[in-house]
Design a protein around this ligand. Structure first.
Ligand SMILES: [Zn+2]
Ligand SMILES: [Zn+2]
Length: 107
């Protein structure tokens, strides 16, 4: 599993960094990986499903907004559930329950 990684040479020091591109709002963030054990959550982006490459990352807020609009938490590209902890808006959940009850009554 490789992201877009490049190596940058600054004053004799080799810095490796990776560019994360949000697939929803297309904002870029650069994360430096210098191996000094910095906090992993230096960006607000996640890779919430099995997509790879430039589709791998997105802001948590962007994914959640997308789930709100679609009414589910499944990625259309890899068909995996977004993880962890994305939620479906209440109106969609209530709709599902109502449909289930109606089906049971007819049977
Ligand atoms: Zn975004
Ligand atoms: Zn995906």
């Amino acid at each position: 599993m490789r992201g877009e990684e490049e190596t940058l040479l600054v004053e004799g020091q080799v810095l490796s960094y990776s560019i994360r591109l949000c697939r929803i709002c297309h904002e870029e963030e650069i994360e430096f990986g210098d191996g000094e054990g910095k906090e992993e959550n230096s960006t607000s982006m996640e890779s919430p499903c099995a997509c790879s490459g430039s589709l791998k990352f997105a802001h948590r807020d962007c994914i959640q907004r997308w789930c709100d609009e679609k009414g589910n938490t499944i990625c259309e590209i890899c068909l995996q559930n977004f993880e962890p902890g994305y939620t479906i808006p209440k109106k969609f959940q209530l709709g599902d329950v109502a449909v289930t009850i109606r089906r049971q009554e007819r049977m």
